[in-house]
Ligand binder design. Structure first.
Ligand code: GLN
Length: 190
């Protein structure tokens, strides 16, 4: 049977959006940058990109998108990257802030400290970047840890909700294993 063509929407309010395109296309899926209620309808899976979670929160609220995004995120596969993982988390610390709370994890913003604003690492043999990244300090029931770094979970999943505290999209070997994993998940219809 032919695989259904799927469309991945990258929330384009702020942050690293276009860099996801080659990874998504290398998986045979369609990339779409999304920022209006109408855009969200045609999407099979969402990526919440890295950026600045406080700015994204402000824009989501300013544009009145909170409720519609909360509905789509609860129904469809979603992958939050860095700031995106902060938006998905059940609880945010350092400082506390609002979040959609659809993944039972606690994240500590800027958890690697100021001295280590940014660093690279290999996850699943793939070079990724931690940029003012949060640390996942707690995982709730049913959360699967897909990868750890320095003994802390950095890539986690529960059902069709995924979070990574690192950016895989900055590396230009397409697709990253994380994009492949997410798109396979969307394709599986979970
Ligand atoms: N430090 C940012 C925040 O708290 C996240 C950084 C990133 O997405 N690369 O929102």
């Amino acid at each position: 049977m032919d695989k259904k063509e799927i469309t991945i929407g990258v929330l384009a309010l702020q942050g690293a959006v276009e860099l996801h395109r080659p990874h998504i296309e290398a998986c045979g899926a369609v990339f779409k940058s999304v920022k209006t209620q109408k855009d969200f309808e045609e999407i099979d899976g969402f990526i919440l990109p890295g950026g600045e979670s406080t700015t994204m929160l402000r824009l989501i609220k300013t544009f009145g998108l909170w409720d519609v995004l909360a509905k789509h995120f609860s129904e469809k596969p979603v992958w939050g990257i860095c700031a995106g993982s902060i938006l998905l988390a059940e609880k945010v610390t350092n400082p506390e802030q609002d979040s959609f709370g659809i993944l039972p994890i606690t994240v500590q913003r800027n958890g690697y400290g100021r001295q280590l604003d940014s660093h690279h690492a290999e996850i699943e043999g793939y070079k990724v970047s931690f940029i003012r990244a949060p640390v996942i300090t707690e995982v709730g029931e049913g959360v699967e840890i897909l990868a750890e770094h320095e003994s802390q979970p950095v890539w986690v999943r529960k059902g069709n909700k995924v979070a990574s505290t690192f950016h895989p999209e900055l590396t230009d070997a397409y697709p990253s294993p994380m994009h492949k994993h997410f798109i396979d998940l969307v394709q599986s219809g979970l």
